[in-house]
Ligand binder design. Structure first.
Ligand SMILES: [Zn+2]
Length: 319
């Protein structure tokens, strides 16, 4: 794979909202991200699409998507994320929505921007670029146009940063996304999923369903060492089990001088529904998060199953 040089974050065009995030990060402060969107939409009564999951909600239920963004902002989120995780050009083409790629992605940015505007708060907007869809059969080369297309639409529509939600992806896919992201001129964050293998090593991989095997790709420390050749922005452990997130943060900190954070999940996926489990209270989550911050994590939020109540609980850690 061709390796492009890593652009300096400072050289990138920071928006006013991102400048304040960057300043806080440089001053070792804690940034609060939002929680999951799909699961929270479902909790609020939105219909999940069998194929596109929550991807159609920005067009079908924009008021509800806006409300959830507003709920997260009111709960204390410094950064909210567009509902574009499942509107990747690859998945949309695959599922017959090829004519709506721009419309869905742009609408998601607009709805999130309206929520920020309504709040009158200094909140940054992250554009989610992901690997949702049937990526694995394609091979990494065929993924490149889709990544570039979603990056171009979201950055063109004015998000403050890109978050590459490479969750559940193998290292070569993550590296391909990172290479594509050098084409955009705004800050880039990376999120990946981790699991623990039978020998208790933290591995790049995932397991989000209750009855399927755990996918184990490679040692997470190896992943970090390779990702940092392509990326100098924040790296977040995401859509991973809360119970292994602390160790994953430590593994990332040990191998990476940049910013590290986390937004794990709670519950499991049963297509197209996120199933909630009631095994940890928001205060329980706050206590976990405190230990992660102690170990150097600076950006904390939640993924599927971590909702407004948890974000509100952890927002007391903002400083
Ligand atoms: Zn998730």
């Amino acid at each position: 794979m061709e390796i492009k040089s890593v652009p300096s974050q400072i050289a990138r065009n920071n928006t006013v909202s991102y400048s304040s995030i960057q300043e806080k990060l440089e001053n070792k402060k804690t940034i609060i991200l939002d929680g999951g969107m799909g699961a929270e939409l479902e909790k609020n009564g939105a219909k999940m699409d069998e194929k596109m999951w929550c991807g159609k909600c920005s067009v079908d239920h924009p008021d509800l998507v806006r409300k959830i963004h507003e709920d997260y902002i009111n709960a204390g989120a410094d950064v909210i994320t567009t509902n574009t995780y499942s509107t990747t050009p690859i998945s949309m083409r695959q599922y017959g929505y090829e004519d709506s790629i721009e419309e869905f992605n742009k609408k998601s940015v607009q709805v999130a921007k309206e929520a920020i505007k309504n709040s009158n708060k200094d909140v940054a907007l992250a554009g989610s670029v992901s690997t949702f869809g049937n990526f694995y059969k394609l091979g990494v080369k065929a993924m490149i146009p889709g990544f570039n297309e979603q990056l171009k639409i979201l950055s063109g529509e004015g998000v403050d940063l890109i978050i590459l939600e490479a969750m559940s992806s193998q290292a070569d896919i993550v590296e391909t996304m990172l290479n594509c992201s050098t084409n955009v001129n705004i800050p880039v964050w990376l999120s990946v999923s981790c699991v623990m293998d039978d020998q208790k090593n933290i591995m790049l991989g995932y397991n989000d369903t209750i009855d399927s095997d755990t996918h184990v790709y490679e040692n997470f420390e190896t992943s970090i060492i390779n990702f940092k050749k392509l990326h100098n922005g924040p790296i977040l452990v995401a859509h991973s089990d809360i119970n292994i997130t602390g160790q994953a943060i430590q593994a990332a900190k040990k191998n990476y001088d940049g910013i590290v954070g986390a937004y794990p999940n709670k519950g499991y996926y049963e297509k197209p529904h996120w199933r909630f489990v009631d095994d940890m209270t928001p205060i329980g989550y706050l206590n976990e998060v405190k230990s992660w911050i102690k170990n150097g994590a600076q950006i904390i939020g939640g993924c599927c199953g971590i909702g407004v109540d948890e974000i509100k609980a952890i927002s007391i850690l903002k400083n």
